[in-house]
Design a binder for this molecule. Structure first.
Ligand SMILES: Cc1ncc(COP(=O)(O)O)c(C=O)c1O
Length: 379
């Protein structure tokens, strides 16, 4: 039989289908029903965040954060060039100029030592992305942001349940965006959450999420009818999706343990090979607890990265590259990137390869992947 190992495969934790059926039987399948409230409570309690709102994606959470911060033309947003488009797009949509910051060569997170040189009187927000769920240097970032009165919004798409210096990622900025996209540890296909740490944004966040209406207050009986009070959009997921997500969130301990063993298998079996072949593997500083989201190889050159992808493909294994530098992209140049200097991003983007990583990846599959990597002769 021909072997075929995808890069990602969505998994079931156990109770998803039962909860989805139940969400419909309860007679409230649209947003903010029984399971949405359960997800909110679980995330608030487990992360110790004062207010969590489920959204339809991390992209939408970032867009909500940009609206809540009243970002507009003339403002600047500092974002890493090495990230998904949504980190930047959310602020470009509001008319902000993007200021791209390079990354550190060890964690691939934004290089906090470059922040001071990029801040201007127009800087309104810094958006740290915790790459692979390994925490950015939040102490330094927050210190600089406080000094210049700049908001910090964490893009924590990869880092649910990871920690920096003992505190959960997503709890440092005034707000943080989570993703429950299919590729994430915990998923409902497409989904997200906005974590609100600074409660001055909480009430308006509910309004913006509900098409600019005060429907959330109406549902709580705080007003006798609901009406249009602000700008907004439809950022809330159906309770059917929340039901699916709740089953996954309930199983977070098992899911995280499973992913840990996948990550450790790769690490254990590839670290000596990597060292002998000039390949860099993920680095997790001692003060960071990672969420075991991803395992990547930084190959010595673009040519070798491409050759390894082809080699693995010929053996039925789908390994993939990751972000292309945003400051060099067509839109990135238009929204501010033309004068950016991000050499580490450009280099890493060329050389990085992600190995298959999903909750149900078996040890036999990993054994096959590892041996396929090891027989790669570099050509
Ligand atoms: C760093 C980062 N931010 C945001 C997103 C967008 O997430 P979503 O697909 O939930 O909108 C992604 C996608 O994987 C991402 O990698």
């Amino acid at each position: 039989m021909k072997i075929s190992i995808p890069f990602n495969r969505p998994g079931l934790a156990g109770n998803e289908i039962q909860y989805v059926t139940d969400s419909i039987r309860r007679g409230h399948a649209s947003g903010d029903g029984f399971y949405t409230h359960r997800c909110h409570a679980l995330l608030q309690q487990s992360l110790d965040v004062p207010k969590v709102l489920l959204t339809t994606s991390c992209t939408d959470s970032l867009e909500m954060a940009a609206l809540l911060l009243d970002i507009g033309p003339g403002d600047e947003a500092i974002v890493p060039s090495f990230t998904f488009v949504s980190t930047a797009n959310a602020f470009a949509l509001r008319g902000a100029r993007l200021v791209f910051i390079d990354i550190r060569p060890d964690t691939l997170n934004l290089d906090e030592t470059q922040l001071k040189g990029l801040i201007s009187p127009r800087t309104k927000v810094i958006v740290p992305v915790h790459y692979a769920g390994v925490g950015c240097e939040m102490d330094t970032i927050l210190k600089i942001a406080r000094k210049h009165e700049i908001a910090v919004v964490e893009d924590n798409a990869h880092g649910l349940f990871a920690k920096y210096k003992g505190k959960y990622l997503g709890t440092f900025g005034c707000m943080a965006a989570q993703s429950f996209h299919e590729t994430k540890n915990i998923s409902c296909g497409e989904g997200g959450a906005l974590l609100i740490n600074d409660m001055q944004y909480a009430e308006r966040a509910e309004i913006i999420r509900e098409k600019g209406t005060n429907r959330s207050r109406f549902f709580r009986g705080q007003v006798d009818k609901y009406t249009w009070v602000d700008v907004g959009s439809s950022y809330l997921p159906s309770d059917i999706l929340a039901a699916f997500l709740y089953a996954q969130l309930e199983a977070r301990a098992e899911i995280q343990a499973r992913r840990r063993s996948v990550w450790e298998y790769y690490h254990h079996h590839l670290r000596d090979w990597a060292q002998a072949h000039g390949v860099q593997i993920p680095f997790v500083p001692e003060h960071c607890e990672q969420p075991y989201h991803m395992f990547y190889l930084l190959m010595p050159s673009l040519a070798q990265r491409q050759a390894l992808i082809s080699h693995l493909k010929s053996m039925g294994i789908l390994a993939v590259f990751h972000y292309l530098p945003l400051h060099l992209s067509e839109a990135g140049r238009r929204f501010g990137g033309s004068d950016s200097h991000c050499p580490v991003t450009e280099d890493v983007s060329d050389r990085l390869l992600r190995l298959p990583f999903y909750n149900d990846l078996t040890e036999a599959e990993q054994e096959y992947i590892v041996s396929a990597v090891k027989v790669f002769d570099g050509q």
